[in-house]
Design a protein. Sequence first.
Length: 91
Amino acid sequence: MKAPKLALLAFISTLSLAPDLLSAQKPQHHHDADEKLGTVSFSTSCVPEVQSQFERGVALLHSFEYEVADAQFEEVAKRDSRCAMAYWDKQ
């Protein structure tokens, strides 16, 4: 009867560590608000109105700001649905 209780205790202990294990698998990089991104020049066939927004997404992507870059590309796709490069990070 002690073995099932011990197994349950081990299982609960493992679950309590799960959030730490999950966050360790996906590193989050967030830059300070005053940190500047590099400049990007990336030609696309997108409408000129979204070009700078797209380039900002590329700069964010290369600065490890994956979630913010993804949101940037989604916004570009909304503004120019024919901009194929806005979908490049989708699989």
